[in-house]
Design a protein around this ligand. Sequence first.
Ligand code: MSP
Length: 539
Amino acid sequence: MNNNQPINKPSFALTTPLYYVNGLPHIGSAYTTMIADAIARWYRLSGHPVMFVTGTDEHGQKIQRTAEQNGIPPQEHCDTIVHSFQDLWQKLDIQYDSFTRTSADKHEIIVKEFFQRVSEQGDIYLSQQQGWYCVGCEEFKEERELEEDKHCPIHTNQKVEWRDEENYFFRLSRYQQQLEELYESNPEFIQPQSRRNEVMNFVKQGLQDFSISRINVSWGFPIPDDPKHTIYVWFDALLGYVTALLEEEDEVTLENAIKKWYPFNLHLIGKDILRFHAVYWPAMLLSAGLALPKQVFGHGFLTKDGRKMGKSLGNTLDPFELVDKYGSDAIRYYFLKEVDLGEDGDFNEIRFINKVNADLANDLGNLLNRSRGMLKKYCTNIFPSINEVNIDADNPVKQIAMVLPKHIREAYSSYNFNFLFTNILTLISNCNKYIDDSKPWALFKNGDQKEVEIILYVVLESVRFSAFALAPIIPKISNKIYHQLGYEFDFNNKELGSKIPISEEHWQWGQLNINPNLPEAEPIFAKLQLDYDNNNKKP
Ligand code: MSP
């Protein structure tokens, strides 16, 4: 590999939401972050410079109250919780480029500068705010959105609270037409399609200005020139994305923050916070004269055993426990494969174990094992020197495999993980079938050595290609497979692809001459076992 080759692909900047630090990270935050990480890894592997932003949203009433309940100052509370996010991301092999915290001093400077810009446009004014407020969502709710007895539909264990106070407002209504034009002329701006429709219907009903300050919350930044007001947590949090782009040595200004990676290519979020990202945020940016993100993608919600998750419901899924029990690759694989991106999805521990074992241990792992076994037996462990040109055009695996590189790129660039997995699993199952049908053991007995070598090449190259294509999702397993095939690639090296070029043969099928001297065969994925002590149910 050549280390110093300049690469001129366009950069790709993406974000997860900035997570509230009122409690430890939950599976919902882990889900968004795993998807974003897979996308970021794919772009890096493809040679794009990547800026992957994540972080924490630390202000507002929800966090202020949690800190009060714990009897500690809010900053101290945030400083403790933030580590659990960073720990979890490490355990899950998340490779972010910037971790931003909204309580940082530099963020205050950015928020104030932005506020000033919006204010100079005449988009901020003082008025009276009346309405039902959900502290869990940090959002005013319409009366008609509420469930029985004034409960929030998302935070069903919490009642909304009545507010009647003087607030600063942002003139959202002024941007109605520009937003409608944006959605019309950029069908990709909000994805998937169902969420786009949802937002367009909402905006069509007429946009109302929204309040961007609070007088009963002290934990936040004061409004410039009127410090009895605190800036509304969402107005502050969205700007955390911009602050994240500042380089260490930069003077803290908006201009510096947007000089390199801005605007964002993708804000990946859950469907519950779509309005903030697809309506409020672009309007705020239009007002401040900043460029808009290219896309907001709203994924679905996860349930556990078919039921909504929540602490008060006694139905949570602890991501720390999951990763400690089963390892990061299995978790990453399950959530990316079994939940269609954009749709709601469910987690059930038995199904999880069965699916992961079936795909990774039985299909992929076993294919590698059996072909490595045959290589030892029939080729004295020396890899034959063959490539795609030696393989007949009607070879059943070749026919499938030759179009795969194109499909894989399409799948990743459209975040269609379903298409990705279908392609790879089809390749793997066809390889297993190909071995069964072509019976290399019989060919070997007959002395058809060349035929045996072709079969083994076809299969091992397919396993290699699968490992490459799945590396953004299961990097540890991909590393092991590559090692088994005589390559010392480290898919956890963030520079691989974006700074260390990868030769084109890895992207193709059938171009690679596998190292003839392979290391001893080892299993790449140990089957997961259900922990019966912690599960009353049997599979
Ligand atoms: N702090 C705001 C985001 C500000 S972004 C400038 C926030 N934080 S959050 O911690 O409450 O939520 C973070 C993400 O977790 C959201 O994208 C939300 O959709 C996601 N999830 C929360 N529960 C979820 C599930 N049960 N399933 C999937 N994702 C869910 O909102």
